[in-house]
Each structure stands twice: as structure tokens, then as C-alpha cells.
Ligand binder design. Structure first.
Ligand code: FDA
Length: 283
């Protein structure tokens, strides 16, 4: 690790379990011990060669083995550009299939993160393709996108499992809502669709109090729907603990590794005051 990476990791420690898989497993164990599931992500995106994509794929295979052998209650979350989507579709598809088939041996669930809009079509297409063979997979769905070419209903009708998020990338206004008001309205609309139409489990991934309260109200209206709240490591721990105490399922997204910059940048964009917090962590 370079001095620069070391410094950024030190600053971003609240969001990232550490540089090694071992640290992520340790943190996941702590999350399990307080009643939360773990969603472990090995940081990285935009692999530029087959070798790099394969090495990330191998890391996920090792992670699945380690989660199984250490009895972690949780899933993994993967970015398709990390495992080769920028290299070529087939490389990525075959790497993803390797990860999912390995995870399915141990009944470990695989989430596919949704990246920026140029990857949307391929990500949804690959997910729907995998659904024909595997059931242990879910897909992040971004509420800020104005017009998804593939409707959420199509994913649900194909037996898909959705993690609803607001969306974290810088997108053009022609593609994505920019104002919180519109993003929240879209999130609400999609959340109602999930509670009404999802035939399997789904995830509400937000730290937004109001939307979480609305999800709780919807869960009372649609008794018996299986869903979980998902939140990121280092954000709103108070809320996570409160939801666990109230008996809701909560899963914590736990990243690890040294390719931090994209992830850290998105956390700062969501809340620019985080920059000050990071700077203070150096003192
Ligand atoms: P919002 O940004 O409105 O924040 C609501 C409140 O949460 C804030 O008032 C604050 O209290 C707290 N908060 C939010 N972000 C914070 C931060 N960075 N630091 C401190 N406090 C913060 N996106 C994507 O495009 N593709 C994906 O695959 C995923 N995957 C994913 C998985 C999981 C488990 C989660 C929780 C989120 C994602 N996201 C994502 C990120 C998501 O799109 C979104 O950017 C963040 O969750 C922040 O949005 P909120 O819904 O929390 O609302």
C-alpha cells in the first residue's frame, strides 16, 4: 500500500473495515453479534485487464470460502466493472457466474451493485441472465434514474430480488433526478411497488429517517412481506441499532480493501461535511 493509500484508509476508517479480508470478517462478526447481517464488499471498480478482473474474482471466491468457514451470517456485494465489465461482457459474465455458483454451494447470497448509467443495461441484462440459473442473487436499483429502460416490475416478475437505493453517482440531469425532493418521491413510488408486488425478499437501503418510517408503515399494511433494511458501515449506527431492537432485519454493508477512492468520493459527495470529519481524523 502506498503512503497516499495508507493516509486515505486512516481517514476513511469509519466507512471501511480495513485493508484486509480478515479485518472485514472481524467487523462482520461484530455486526452479527449485535443482530445484524453483514454484506461484505471488496473495494474496487473499473478493472482494466482480464488479469485484474480475474484477481478480483478470485478474491470474492476466497471471501465466500472464508465467510463460510468462519460462520459469518451474511452476503457479498460485487461491482461488475471490478470483475471485467470494462474489459468485455463475456469475461465479466463468466467471472460473475464463477462467483455466484461458488457462493450458491454455501447458500451465500450475492448482491450486484448498480454503477453509473452507462453500465445500467448490461448490469440488468447480466442479472436477468443469471436469474435463469441461480436464485441467490439480488440487484441494486437506483431511484434517481428517471426512466429505466427495464421496469422494476419486469425484474420482479422474473423472480428478481431488489435492493432499492437512491443512487450515488454523478449523472446528467437528462438521466437522473438531481433534487432530493424528486429522488425521494421516486424512492417512495418504487418502495410501494416492492411492498405490493415483490414475491420474494427485498431490501430498503437508505439512512433516511422519513423513508424508513414510511417503509415501517408499509410493512404493517403488507404484513408478511419479507424485507430488510440495509445501511453502510459508519453511517447512522444509532438507527441500525434501534431497528434491530424493534425486531426488523438489518444488514450492514462492509467494504474492505485498498481501492478506496471511488467509494470514499461518493460518501463525501453525499455529505460534503464528511470532508471536515476526515481531516479531523488525521489529528
Ligand atoms: P440521503 O443521502 O438523503 O441521507 C439521509 C441521511 O443519511 C442523511 O441526512 C444523513 O444523516 C445520513 N447519510 C447519508 N449519507 C451519508 C454519508 N455519506 N455520511 C454521513 N451520513 C450520511 N448506490 C448506488 O448507486 N449503487 C449501489 O449499488 C448502491 N448500493 C448501496 C448499498 C447499501 C447497503 C446502501 C445503504 C447504499 C447503497 N448505495 C448505492 C448508496 C445510495 O445510493 C446512497 O448514495 C446512500 O445510501 C445515501 O443516501 P440515503 O438513502 O442514505 O439518503
Amino acid at each position: 500500500m502506498s503512503i497516499y493509500e495508507h493516509l486515505v484508509l486512516k481517514m476513511a476508517r469509519r466507512w471501511i473495515a480495513g485493508s484486509s479480508m480478515q479485518e472485514a470478517l472481524e467487523y462482520a462478526r461484530q455486526a452479527n453479534s449485535i443482530g445484524m447481517k453483514a454484506i461484505i464488499n471488496c473495494l474496487g471498480e473499473h478493472s482494466i485487464s482480464k488479469d485484474e478482473a480475474e484477481s478480483s474474482t478470485d478474491e470474492y471466491i476466497r471471501l465466500v470460502d472464508a465467510m463460510h468457514s468462519s460462520g459469518i451470517d451474511g452476503s457479498i456485494s460485487v461491482k461488475l466493472t471490478q470483475i471485467g465489465l470494462d474489459v468485455d461482457y463475456d469475461t465479466c459474465n463468466s467471472n460473475l457466474m464463477g462467483i455466484i455458483s461458488h457462493a450458491s454451494m454455501y447458500d451465500i447470497f450475492v448482491w450486484i451493485d448498480m454503477e453509473s448509467s452507462p453500465y445500467y443495461e448490461h448490469t440488468v441484462g447480466m442479472y436477468l441472465g443469471m436469474l435463469k440459473h441461480y436464485r441467490n442473487i439480488g440487484l441494486a436499483y437506483q431511484a434517481y434514474i428517471k426512466e429505466h429502460s427495464l421496469d422494476i416490475m419486469h425484474i420482479l416478475e422474473s423472480g428478481g430480488i431488489v435492493r432499492l437505493v437512491k443512487g450515488a453517482y454523478r449523472e446528467d440531469a437528462s438521466i437522473a433526478y438531481r433534487s432530493k425532493r424528486y429522488v425521494n418521491a421516486s424512492f417512495r413510488r418504487l418502495m410501494r411497488i416492492l411492498f405490493k408486488h415483490s414475491r420474494s425478499m427485498f431490501a430498503i437501503a437508505t439512512h433516511d429517517n422519513t423513508l424508513i418510517e414510511e417503509a415501517i408503515a408499509l410493512s404493517k399494511e403488507h404484513q408478511g412481506k419479507e424485507f430488510e433494511f440495509q445501511m453502510l458501515k459508519g453511517i447512522r449506527d444509532d438507527l441500525k441499532h434501534m431497528l434491530v431492537r424493534q425486531g426488523f432485519k438489518v444488514a450492514e454493508y462492509i467494504p474492505y480493501g485498498i481501492n478506496l477512492s471511488g467509494y470514499v468520493y461518493r460518501r463525501i459527495r453525499e455529505r460534503p461535511s464528511n470532508l471536515l470529519l476526515l481531516a479531523r481524523s488525521l489529528l
